[in-house]
Write a protein that binds this ligand. Structure first.
Ligand SMILES: [Fe+2]
Ligand SMILES: [Fe+2]
Length: 185
């Protein structure tokens, strides 16, 4: 990484820490984990051997809405602010690229006419998503938590909730959106 990129990256995280925004009661990592937990619940229902095709599709629609809103908010509040930081750039860039892959897979699933193929690809999508959130939880989040100040994570939490509220669909109110209170400054 050249010197310019380093300076730019440091200032991007610093800019976030100095932002004049209210502190969310919960930090960014806690909020991201809430969304991940909601995803795991839906994925478990989708992958259940007892699930009928109609139930799989209903839960998949909820999962798709949650994922699309989550990735936009995760990138805006965290990943784009650390993607040039020498400590986090590998994990952050990998996460962003995997989001692109997930979005392409979702577009492909929507276009499929065969129900059988759709159900198979839905399960494959769940495997990709599970690997992705496992990796974020095991590597990036603990590393970021060790490095960052709680106040920065709470500011990021506010940005995350704001973006989640903007991008969620009317009938998607899961994970982090179940606790949307933001404390005044
Ligand atoms: Fe992600
Ligand atoms: Fe995530």
């Amino acid at each position: 990484m050249n010197k310019n990129a380093k300076t730019k990256s440091k200032s991007k995280l610093k800019v976030t820490s100095e932002l004049d925004v209210a502190l969310s009661p919960e930090g960014i990592v806690t909020l991201l984990l809430k969304d991940h937990k909601a995803m795991r619940v839906l994925m478990k229902k989708i992958k259940s051997h007892r699930a009928a095709p109609a139930q799989i599709r209903t839960n998949f629609k909820l999962l798709e809405k949650l994922v699309l809103s989550h990735v936009k908010a995760e990138e805006f509040s965290l990943l784009k602010r650390i993607e040039h930081h020498p400590k986090f750039e590998d994990h952050a860039k990998e996460s962003i690229e995997e989001h692109h892959i997930h979005e392409s897979v979702l577009v492909g699933i929507r276009k499929l006419k065969s129900t059988d193929r759709q159900l198979t690809q839905i399960k494959i999508f769940c495997e990709l998503l599970k690997d992705h959130i496992d990796e974020e939880e095991e590597e990036l989040f603990p590393q970021f938590k060790r490095y960052s100040a709680l106040s920065t994570r709470k500011k990021m939490g506010t940005l995350f909730i704001q973006r989640r509220k903007q991008t969620h669909r009317p009938d998607e109110n899961l994970g982090a959106l179940t606790s949307v209170k933001v404390l005044p400054k």
